[in-house]
Design a protein around this ligand. Structure first.
Ligand code: COA
Length: 174
């Protein structure tokens, strides 16, 4: 039985299960996504999926109308007051699913789970993701210079965060 986190107008977020492994790996390694994320292998995801989920979970973004998987996130540090969103990937890009899925995730973390803070990091040249996060109210908090070594090149990371009281000031919609 799939564990549903939350549902919105067009999307549902649910915890991933073993049948999602292929989708998760394929999405991460697709060239248009791979340049923006650091992928994990199947064994790593299998461990997350079969864990009790107290520290991290893999999350599938599912279209309500079709039941198709349209994206994937990982949530980490769930055993602390400060959850981390990572591996934010939408397969069906450019039709507002990224925005809706993140809004749902924000609602789940702050309104359902009562986290104090959420945060995310992003490569400094990932303009679409940075625009999306900031337009949702994430605040730039840090700049990690030459943090990630990717194909022989050191890349910069931007850390963005949101506090519960900031979310409550801007919460909306879904
Ligand atoms: C970043 C990502 C999750 C966004 O999801 P999405 O569903 O494509 O985004 P949305 O359709 O919800 O659009 C969000 C915003 O980005 C803008 N946007 C989307 N695609 C864009 C593009 N190719 N160029 C410029 N802006 C774009 C949209 O206009 C929208 O802004 P607006 O509401 O102010 O108009 C998705 O593109 C993705 O998976 N990218 C590859 C992996 C990645 O970069 N992950 C983030 C790692 S930190």
């Amino acid at each position: 039985m799939n564990e549903i986190l939350i549902e919105g107008k067009r999307l549902r977020l649910r915890r991933a299960n073993a049948s999602d492994l292929n989708y998760i790996i394929t999405l991460q390694y697709a060239p248009e996504n791979l340049k923006f994320v650091v992928p994990f292998d199947e064994n790593y995801h299998r461990e997350i999926i079969t864990s009790d989920g107290s520290e991290k979970i893999d999350v599938i973004v599912e279209e309500l109308e079709t039941g198709n998987s349209v994206g994937y996130f990982m949530l980490r540090k769930l055993d602390s007051p400060c959850a981390e969103f990572t591996h934010v990937i939408i397969g069906r890009k450019g039709i507002g699913y990224g925005r809706e899925a993140l809004q749902l995730l924000m609602k789940w973390t702050f309104e359902v789970k009562n986290f104090h803070r959420i945060w995310i990091d992003c490569k400094d040249y990932n303009k679409v993701a940075l625009h999306l996060y900031e337009s949702l109210g994430f605040v730039r908090e840090g700049f990690l210079r030459e943090y990630l070594l990717t194909n022989g090149v050191y890349e910069n990371l931007i850390v963005l965060g949101m506090i519960d009281r900031e979310y409550l000031g801007i919460s909306c919609c879904c």
